[in-house]
Design a protein around this ligand. Structure first.
Ligand SMILES: [Zn+2]
Length: 203
């Protein structure tokens, strides 16, 4: 979803209200013409304007800025969230967009605890949100993006280069390590002198 020029700053300027968040998703999902998620029609859609111009009352009596549309073909109502991972959510759509952005922009991923602290959510909500977004990433159309040539970010395995040792078949045989080594658990590892590296724990 991240446009190339999208940053946390431009996003927060763009999404000042909950209605802005709906419009943002409508633009991403439909572009200029809403598509009915019930019958697939693109013919004629009505935007149902709230009676006071801004909010509508929910079943629980709270005011919602949810943008609702109605299809002229099947006569059903829908919003941009219908049929998506956000369907029926009680978490503000603005929060969802920020969380998705963070997940896409963070090189090392985001922890549920981090989302909980940053957005003032419960741990359960934060965990659920990350889970739903990952669920969507596993499926089309997101999964379909990872076909053909895929470029991934770099990763580092191991410690400092100066500690790197090259073990070839010859050198392994020379030092008697041709057989696979058994790694002891840390509990059985003797007290480790500081000047020895990780090799101390290996047999
Ligand atoms: Zn329809």
């Amino acid at each position: 979803m991240a446009k190339p020029d999208l940053s946390i700053l431009t996003l927060s300027e763009q999404l000042r209200t909950e209605a802005d968040a709906y419009k943002f998703l409508e633009d991403l999902r439909w572009g200029d013409r809403p598509v009915c998620p019930h019958c697939g029609s693109v013919e004629k859609m009505y935007f149902l304007k709230p009676s006071n111009g801004e909010t509508r009352e929910t079943r629980t009596g709270t005011a919602s800025e949810r943008r609702v549309w109605k299809c002229a073909d099947c006569r059903k109502q829908f919003s941009v969230l219908t049929g998506t991972i956000f369907h029926g959510t009680k978490i503000p759509v603005r929060t969802w967009i920020f969380v998705v952005f963070e997940m896409c922009a963070s090189k090392n991923g985001v922890a549920a605890r981090e989302i909980q602290r940053k957005y003032g959510l419960t741990g359960k909500s934060a965990w659920y949100m990350l889970h739903r977004v990952r669920f969507a990433m596993e499926r089309d159309p997101m999964a379909g993006l990872l076909s053909g040539r895929v470029v991934i970010d770099e990763t580092w395995i191991g410690g400092k280069p100066k500690n790197r040792r090259t073990v070839t078949a010859t050198s392994a045989a020379r030092v008697g390590r041709a057989r696979p080594t058994r790694r002891r658990s840390s509990r059985s590892c003797p007290a480790k002198p500081a000047r020895y590296g990780r090799a101390w724990c290996r047999t």
